[in-house]
Design a protein around this ligand. Structure first.
Ligand SMILES: Cc1cc2nc3c(=O)[nH]c(=O)nc-3n(C[C@H](O)[C@H](O)[C@H](O)COP(=O)(O)OP(=O)(O)OC[C@H]3O[C@@H](n4cnc5c(N)ncnc54)[C@H](O)[C@@H]3O)c2cc1C
Length: 831
């Protein structure tokens, strides 16, 4: 057995095996996989093997798409049949809202080139007469997916991996990880059978590996402990039952041309059904399925199952009989209740581990058979080439911070499980484990009608509504009940004055003798002079956007970096690792995450000065906010009443405004001061949804939508924030990347009752040209607005495009950048 390898993969389920295969395929010829038991002996062996395309995320749709195409090629490559039954997948809708959901999904699927069609109830009945259709509105049909045998596909990938030189070692458990500065030293223990249990023997070896990938499935908590990190990957119970033969089905299949039924998903009944040897398999995503193994998998649990809990799935069972009445008399043949790993948002954790070098995680897979192929492919790109062709941020393990606990993960994972089939409204907010991270003004905001959204654990007002308003009931795929409140808030900022809580912003202080040289290298724009602010980007090694920063220069060698609130741990990790790498070259640098020390209120609108002048303490208060004393893009330390404030003259809404960064413990005091002073000027509390619309009128790109690891700042069309006269990290790669797509703003003549959400496909008369990444409503133009990426030749202002919404094409026109106030006159206005 080898003891020195380039990459060591820990875990021989579908995911680990695919990663080993793809690393070898990507050119790494020294890869080893360790499995503590037998290949597939984790969750993989008891999976139902469904390969659904359906997914509301752009990155995950790409991953599933790759898997489905890849699995079809495995037999030719390895000679092993992976058991892929391409029977298609029929997702039925009992309500018009469910059809709206499918149409939004379809608009995203089309951006990835995934084929689909819509079917009417009559079309379903004509093809599959055993299905009851009179209560259906229609269905979404994927003809190219189906189900696979999870063990067979894993074995085929394992054979493919071995053919490419991968060593697969079974009955070896990774038991300790030590980073020696350049390599991982992994202690592995030989596992032996004892009384039916799998136990460690005395035989141990140390394997040296340049890179390690963990794909340990239900053992993720043990892996996290060994690595000294946190991972919210905890399994939940998942059940399916296998029924005896259904004579009507057997008869149907004898009919001329009657092929196997597609996988039938009755999303409104939280279940899926597929054929199995003349009978049916029923799988459910029921309520109250408990999390398991919060503190690790017991030694006694091998390829085991839990006891079936029929009571929990009774309503789904009845719904199945309603949908396929012929199965009513079929008995129960077999049952499976196994651990299925989950994460709080249902997406796996794929990417670099927090704080560690060359340690890659591939954990928390709930659709791991579907995702294994694509995960292997894109993670191998990330490891071998430095970046993947899709932005993997939505899967990054660091999207949860240190604030995350076992209890949080367990409760959220149970929620993610039971939400698999709920209507995935784009304005959905999930209730479990909330409120958890609240800024001091939370209670005041709640009392004034704030409807909160969840950002990286923080509660942040989405919008304000009258008391008694029910946010849950107001959600929609079209304009929800909250829409009118966001319109009023957006208008308040354009015409009066509004106050937005931006406390969730990520904030770092970078200082020390090496700080200036470091940041000059780390970011692509010129550094500001002392007291000034710049917008800038840190790039990946591939030249794409890793982080957007507002940099404030506090002193000669001290900087305050503000970045997106959702990405604190993700930003911190990248920044700290870069500082560690570069300190020997640039000198001593300190880095502090001060996110929770500073509250932020953004005040904006033409009447902003009127409000601030009332409470500012100064020898000549009326001049503090004048252009002379406080020009645009500068920072001043001011006093608002008794609160010391680091005021920054920027406004993400594109209106005259300031961000008021203040000591968190004085937040309520400051809130009261501002509210009192604002009373006679009509100050309105404003939420994140209105802000998101307003920033699109200014073409301000947002991190996570327009800005990410799949586009360079040049493609984001931000040349004014790139200083090409200096050298910076990722510059050469950015130039070499060229411009494959370009970011544009669009005004859209959409339906009367809906705005785009930022996931929709864009067409030019010549064909598909790109996709929206943001969407909403513009109060300034009285119509829908969106931002997105199109082919460079279609990015010219005035170009006429079309947006697909609700299965129809709607006219849109590419605008000049910043269609509202293109000269920034109102932001810079004096007073
Ligand atoms: C009842 C049920 C039905 C399902 N149906 C579907 C479905 O239809 N479609 C779908 O896509 N998904 C389905 N799933 C989910 C799917 O089974 C999992 O997402 C998938 O198997 C995860 O694969 P994995 O490789 O990440 O984990 P696993 O298959 O659990 O593999 C992890 C492996 O790592 C090994 N390991 C752990 N720690 C160590 C260590 N320290 N050293 C060495 N080895 C280690 C374990 O022994 C294990 O073999 C279902 C799950 C259940 C429970």
């Amino acid at each position: 057995m080898k003891t020195q390898v380039k990459a060591l993969v820990v875990g021989g389920g579908a995911v680990g095996t695919s990663i080993a295969y793809h690393l070898a395929k990507a050119g790494w010829d020294d890869v080893m996989l360790l499995e503590r038991d037998e290949l597939t002996s984790g969750s993989t062996w008891h999976a139902a093997g469904l390969l659904p395309y359906f997914n509301m995320s752009y990155a995950t749709t790409h991953i599933h798409d790759y898997s489905i195409r890849f699995y079809k090629t495995l037999e030719e490559e390895t000679g092993l049949n992976a058991g892929f039954a391409v029977v298609g997948n029929l997702r039925m809708a009992q309500t018009d809202e469910r059809m709206d959901e499918y149409m939004l999904y379809a608009a995203t699927a089309e951006t990835c080139g995934v084929p689909y069609e819509f079917m009417t109830p009559d079309e379903i009945k004509a093809k599959w007469p055993l299905i009851r259709t009179e209560d259906l509105k229609g269905a979404l049909y994927h003809q190219t997916d189906g189900y696979i045998n999870p063990a067979d596909v894993t074995m085929a990938m394992a054979k493919g991996a071995r053919q490419r030189g991968v060593a697969i070692e079974r009955k070896w458990q990774a038991d300790a990880f030590h980073w020696n500065g350049t390599h991982w030293e992994v202690t592995a223990t030989k596992m032996i059978e004892k009384g039916g249990n799998l136990v460690p023997s005395d035989e141990q070896i140390v394997i040296t590996a340049e890179h390690v990938v963990t794909a340990s499935g239900n053992h993720a908590q043990r892996t996290a402990q060994m690595l000294g990190i946190k991972m919210p990957a905890i399994p939940v119970e998942h059940q399916f039952i296998v029924m005896d033969q259904d004579p009507a089905l057997v008869e149907f299949r004898k009919g001329e041309g009657n092929v196997e039924h597609p996988v039938i998903r009755d999303a409104d009944a939280q279940s899926y059904v597929r054929e199995e040897r003349g009978g049916w398999i029923l799988g459910v995503y029921e309520k109250h399925a408990p999390a398991r193994f919060e503190y690790g998998v017991p030694d006694s649990f091998r390829a085991d199952l839990f006891q079936l809990d029929l009571d929990r799935i009774e309503s789904q069972y009845e719904a199945m009989i309603h949908r396929i009445p012929s199965c009513e008399d079929s008995g129960l043949k077999d049952d499976f209740n196994g651990p299925i790993c989950y994460t709080p948002d249902g997406n796996p954790l794929v990417g670099p581990a927090p704080g560690l070098r060359n340690m890659w995680l591939a954990e928390g897979f709930s659709f791991g058979i579907t995702a294994a192929g694509g995960t292997g492919y894109y993670l191998a790109q990330l490891m071998v080439e430095g970046e993947a062709e899709i932005d993997m941020a939505s899967l990054d393990p660091k999207r949860y911070g240190d604030w995350m606990t076992t209890e949080f993960a367990a409760r959220k994972n149970e929620e993610a499980y039971e939400h698999v089939y709920i209507l995935h409204h784009p304005d959905e907010e999930r209730p479990a484990a909330r409120p958890l991270r609240t800024s001091p003004a939370y209670d005041r905001q709640a009392a004034r009608g704030a409807q909160f959204g969840w950002v990286n654990g923080w509660e942040r007002p989405n919008y304000y509504a009258p008391q008694g308003f029910n946010d849950h009931d107001s959600r929609s795929f079209r304009r929800g009940g909250w829409w009118q409140y966001a319109v009023e808030e957006a208008r308040a900022i354009r015409e009066g004055v509004g106050l937005i809580d931006a406390t969730a912003f990520t904030k770092h202080v970078v200082k020390g003798p090496g700080a200036t040289q470091f940041l000059d290298w780390f970011t692509c724009n010129k550094l500001p002079s002392v007291g000034r602010i710049n917008l800038t980007y840190a790039l990946t090694g591939a030249g794409t956007t890793r982080t957007e920063y507002t940099i404030v220069r506090i002193a000669q060698d001290e900087y305050y970096l503000v970045s997106a609130g959702a990405w604190t741990a993700y930003d911190s990790d990248y920044l700290r690792k870069a500082i560690e790498d570069k300190s020997p070259e640039f000198g001593y640098i300190e880095c502090h995450d001060v996110t929770t020390q500073w509250g932020v209120f953004a005040i904006a609108g033409p009447k902003t000065r009127d409000v601030l002048n009332e409470i500012v303490k100064d020898a000549t208060p009326e001049t503090v906010f004048s252009n002379k004393r406080f020009p645009w893009l500068t920072m001043r330390n001011i006093e608002l009443g008794m609160c010391p404030v680091r005021a920054i003259r920027v406004a993400y809404t594109g209106e005259l405004g300031w961000e008021l960064h203040h000591p968190i413990e004085m937040q309520n005091y400051l809130f009261d001061q501002l509210e009192k002073a604002g009373e006679k000027h009509g100050l309105k509390l404003v939420g994140a949804r209105a802000q998101n619309w307003l920033r699109q009128e200014k073409s301000y790109r947002a991190f996570g939508t327009e800005l990410g690891r799949d586009a360079t700042p040049v493609e984001a069309d931000l040349p004014r924030f790139i200083d090409m006269s200096k050298e910076f990290h990722g510059k050469a790669a950015m130039e070499a990347h060229g411009v494959k797509a370009k970011c544009v703003t669009l005004l859209i003549d959409g339906p009367d009752d809906a705005d785009p959400w930022g996931r929709e496909v864009l067409y030019h008369p010549d064909g598909r040209t790109g996709r929206l990444t943001s969407g909403g409503y513009s109060v300034a133009f009285g119509k829908s607005i969106g931002m997105g990426y199109v082919k460079p030749e279609h990015a010219v202002p005035g170009t006429k495009l079309q947006v697909k919404m609700f299965d129809q094409l709607w006219d849109a026109v590419v605008t000049e950048d910043s269609p509202y106030d293109p000269k920034n006159a109102v932001i810079r206005i004096d007073g």
